[in-house]
Design a protein around this ligand. Structure first.
Ligand SMILES: [Zn+2]
Ligand SMILES: [Zn+2]
Length: 158
């Protein structure tokens, strides 16, 4: 299930990102700061185009290149997780940069975090079983989200 974060934790993530970017010598213009704030609080796993569309209303001078550039810097710093779900675009999770599994809706494309136990052991076993180095887990399941299933078609419990 998706867990929504508390407002004070959101602020903490924003501060964390700003500190990391500044330490890396990245100049934070008001547009970039708005971008970082959006990314720090967004759990919808947006693509660069979606992020750009959301920011453009309030910041008409922001460019798609700025969005890509900032995302690239965050990925390099290990502060953004990329998701390639074969949709022709990359999605980003800046809120939770550590590897974690996702669920993707086959009907509307919505992406949510998936909380499961035993993942750490599974990843450790996979790394031990492979002779490949730097093994990174990219795990997702697809299904139909509650909005697309509709309340009438949802199973009524065990
Ligand atoms: Zn859906
Ligand atoms: Zn995620």
């Amino acid at each position: 299930m998706t867990t929504s974060m508390q407002p004070e934790l959101r602020t903490q993530r924003q501060d964390e990102l700003v500190a990391r970017l500044q330490a890396a010598g990245y100049r934070l213009t008001p547009q970039r700061l708005a971008l970082v704030n959006l990314l720090a609080n967004d759990d919808s796993h947006p693509s660069a185009d979606q992020i750009f569309a959301r920011l453009r209303a309030e910041y008409p001078t922001i460019s798609l290149a700025t969005v890509y550039n900032t995302l690239e810097v965050l990925v390099e710093l290990g502060e953004a997780l990329t998701l390639d779900l074969s949709e022709g675009c990359t999605r980003y999770d800046v809120r939770r940069p550590a590897a974690h599994p996702h669920v993707v809706c086959r009907a509307c494309g919505r992406v949510s975090d998936l909380e499961v136990d035993g993942l750490g052991a599974f990843i450790a076993e996979a790394r031990a079983a492979s002779d490949f180095g730097d093994l990174q887990p990219r795990i997702y399941f697809d299904g139909i989200c509650p909005d697309c299933t509709g309340p009438s078609r949802r199973p009524s419990g065990p």
